[in-house]
Ligand binder design. Structure first.
Ligand code: SAH
Length: 359
């Protein structure tokens, strides 16, 4: 890249840092600029912002993948209903509670219950699991990631004690959403769910896959605009990774470097947001999660699921951490984080809300 071209990119990074915003075209050029010097500059700015708010702390969320049954057929996902080659499993309430007890002893203060949309887990069963978890560990945050429900169900889960909810929007472009999902899944309903979750009182996490089939940079710009408007407490992003039993088996995976740039841009657009360095990032690059933290992420989600089911929650191929015991996962994660100069902390790691200029 010529020096003048590089200068103009550096000026964009300065502008993003100063204004916490850029035009659509500017955002697109930032995302597409694959020059390592530029990415380093963006990361350094993102780190400064994140350290000014969260210091050097990295929050832990203990992920319990409690069912891989799913009624949906998202075209990119390995555990979609139509995949007959999946060995299905579900943990019962006692097993879920046992995972959380073990996690608690290891220092976790947030549990994320994630699963497919499994009809066995009715509203009543989820309510009962959440309230048991909260009674046993009242000092912990419980996060649900169990897909699309109606507002009334979200309210019941919340009243049972769920504090947070993760529901990635996947893509903020309705047509693009339509190409990634079958016709019985609705972009409008997913967006409605996010609004309902917010209105119910949850701390909400949304997010998108990076490099999903058919994604253009304009879609990512739309995702960023949606994030700015919705202002979620958390944004989970990770590269798309093909799964061999889907129609996208031969599609190329999302770019790690693009994901890292996006993490930095999101940190600069939404300084106080919680940003996980995801397993998908660690799957595509052995140092992906460390690079994510260096690029502005401040959350990691080690797996607490029992080892005998780990290898069955496979949304994509080659997923890492499918063989280790929870204790080993946390040891590994702590030392990975420590090597970046940051430290994992044993707190709930709540989202910090700053008074915004217009409030
Ligand atoms: N059923 C829940 C949980 C979904 S799994 C829900 O609907 O919210 C969590 C996330 O994994 C998904 O939201 C999706 O963004 C991601 N994911 C699914 N398949 C993937 C793939 N092939 N590559 C990368 N990420 C994937």
């Amino acid at each position: 890249m010529t020096e003048t071209k590089m200068d103009s990119f550096m000026r964009l990074a300065d502008k993003l840092e100063r204004d916490r915003d850029l035009s659509d075209d500017e955002l697109a050029s930032v995302l597409l600029c694959d020059d390592p010097h530029f990415s380093d500059d963006l990361s350094a700015k993102a780190r400064t912002v994140r350290e000014s708010i969260y210091g050097r702390d990295v929050y832990l969320r203990g992920l319990i993948e409690f069912t891989n049954y799913c009624r949906n057929n998202c075209y990119y996902c390995g555990i979609r209903a139509g995949n007959k080659n999946v060995e299905r499993y579900r943990l019962n309430a006692e097993e879920i509670i046992a995972c959380s007890d073990q996690g608690y002893d290891l220092g976790f203060r947030t549990f994320v219950l994630q699963g497919g949309e499994d009809p066995y887990f009715t509203e009543e069963r989820i309510v009962s699991i959440v309230s048991t978890l909260k009674k046993r560990h009242p000092d912990c945050a419980v996060t649900l990631s169990v897909g699309e429900w109606e507002r009334e169900s979200y309210r019941k889960f919340y009243e049972a004690g769920a504090d947070r909810y993760l529901l990635r929007h996947e893509t903020a472009d309705k047509d693009h959403y339509g190409t990634l999902h079958p016709a019985n899944m609705s972009f409008d309903h997913r967006m409605q769910c996010l609004r309902d979750l917010r209105a119910t009182g949850y701390q909400v996490g949304c997010g998108m896959m990076v490099g999903s089939p058919g994604q253009k940079v304009e879609h990512l710009v739309r995702d960023l605009r949606f994030l700015q408007e919705f202002r979620p407490e958390m944004v989970g992003i990770g590269p798309f990774i093909p799964h061999h039993d889907t129609i996208y088996a031969d599609h190329q995976p999302g770019s790690v470097r693009m994901t890292l740039r996006l993490l930095s841009v999101i940190r600069l657009l939404l300084p106080e947001v919680l940003l996980p360095a995801t397993t998908a990032l660690g799957t595509l690059d052995p140092l992906g999660r460390e690079k994510g933290i260096t690029a502005g992420a401040n959350v990691v989600m080690p797996n607490l699921s029992p080892v005998n089911v780990r290898g069955k929650y496979l949304l994509y191929d080659n997923k890492i951490c499918t063989g280790d015991e929870a204790a080993e996962c946390i040891r590994c994660m702590s030392s990975r984080v420590a090597r970046t100069g940051y430290q994992v902390v044993q707190s709930r790691g709540d989202h910090i809300r700053y008074k915004r200029d217009h409030e």
